[in-house]
Write a protein that binds this ligand. Structure first.
Ligand code: UDP
Ligand code: MG
Length: 335
């Protein structure tokens, strides 16, 4: 069963019909040259275009190709997690569908893995063909995240990485719903290293991460690894009260000892708006955390699979149902 496959490549896909054939060919070329048995797991994250039909055609002719088809769009991080549930290899590699992460770099990652590293992440030296806005926001995101969390999440790395079977098993045991996979991998530990690469331009199609999704993603990253934002309320409250108290003393002094008492309701309205705004923002931050607690407590499955293709009959329900042997192994790592 598992023993025969060495490498599992996970490719999350959302409306990637424009690139998918090309991606498959590049991946196949690279993986054939690694000369070990491998599987290409394409996770279709609820695409509305022809992505899924195309993968089915490819999977019909290439026995190394698998399709995991979601019932709807669950999100990039969840697609990656599903791929890990289905992966059978000894080393698992996650790569974007759009060829921004050059498949050839996988060979460098494999070399590091053979040296004994259990996590090999790709570090982006440069990002080509992305807007200044995307570059700036990405840069800010990684740095803010780093300053806010105690987990050592490496700068400028995406989800393009290789993980060992051990790491994959531990990750599968972490059942949190708001998944920020790269943070979880750093949190897990093990021997980690990086390979450097230049992030290419998207081969075709457009980014599937519009600003709204990016903000969600950033919030997930920060809230799953830090509760510092919650502390802002405490600090801010403290400083504002202190300021208010000092100002009060000043007013009392003016009233008693001088004849320059200030009056005016406009300043009161302005201050009111300001402080109410601050309070609402802080409530919103608390809400983000409560919403996530709510998500976790509902205990819904992480994703729903419409169908899988490319597996033998007995392996096709790997996602939800684990064999006892697998559960035991996960227990061994997660206590
Ligand atoms: N993706 C996905 N589900 C989503 C959004 C994106 O599976 O809801 C996939 C997408 O198909 C691609 C990868 O995640 O393989 C990264 O997305 P994209 O290249 O659009 O992001 P960017 O590189 O612009 O940050
Ligand atoms: Mg991309």
């Amino acid at each position: 069963m598992k023993a025969s496959i060495t490498y599992s490549i996970i490719v999350p896909m959302y409306n990637e019909e424009a690139v998918i054939e090309h991606t498959y060919e590049r991946l196949k070329l690279v993986m054939d040259s690694a000369s070990q048995p491998y599987e290409l797991i394409f996770v279709n994250d609820g695409s509305k275009d022809r992505t899924v039909e195309m993968i089915k055609l490819i999977s019909d002719i290439d026995p190394n190709v698998r399709l995991i088809d979601f019932s709807r769009n669950f999100g990039h991080q969840i697609a990656i997690s599903a791929g890990m549930d289905y992966a059978q290899g000894e080393a698992i590699i996650v790569i974007d569908a759009d060829l921004q992460d050059p498949p050839e770099v996988i060979l460098d990652m494999i070399d590091k893995w053979k040296e004994g590293y259990e996590v090999v992440y790709g570090r982006r030296l440069k990002r080509k063909g992305e807007t200044l806005f995307k570059k700036l926001t990405a840069m800010a995101f990684y740095r803010v995240l780093r300053s806010m969390t105690n987990v050592d999440i490496p700068l400028d790395t995406g989800d393009f990485r290789l993980i060992d079977r051990k790491v994959c098993d531990v990750l599968r045991g972490l059942k949190e719903k708001n998944r920020f996979v790269r943070g979880l991998i750093s949190w897990i530990g093990f021997r980690q290293t990086s390979v450097e690469y230049v992030r290419e331009e998207r081969f075709a199609g457009e980014t599937k991460y519009p600003l709204k999704k990016m903000i969600r993603f950033a919030l997930d990253g920060i809230t799953s690894f830090s509760y510092k934002p919650l502390k802002i309320a405490t600090y801010l409250g403290f400083f504002l009260s202190l300021g208010g108290f000092i100002y009060l003393l000043v007013i009392i002094y003016q009233k008693l000892f001088t004849d320059t008492t200030e009056s005016g309701w406009t300043s009161i309205v302005a201050l009111n708006l300001l402080f109410n705004g601050i309070i609402l923002i802080l409530l919103g931050i608390i809400g983000e955390y409560i919403g996530r607690i709510y998500d976790e407590s509902k205990n819904r499955p992480l994703y729903i699979v419409r169908e899988v293709q490319g597996y033998e009959e007995e392996q096709s329900n790997r996602g939800e149902i684990r064999s006892t042997e697998e559960t035991e192994r996960i227990k061994h790592y997660v206590r």
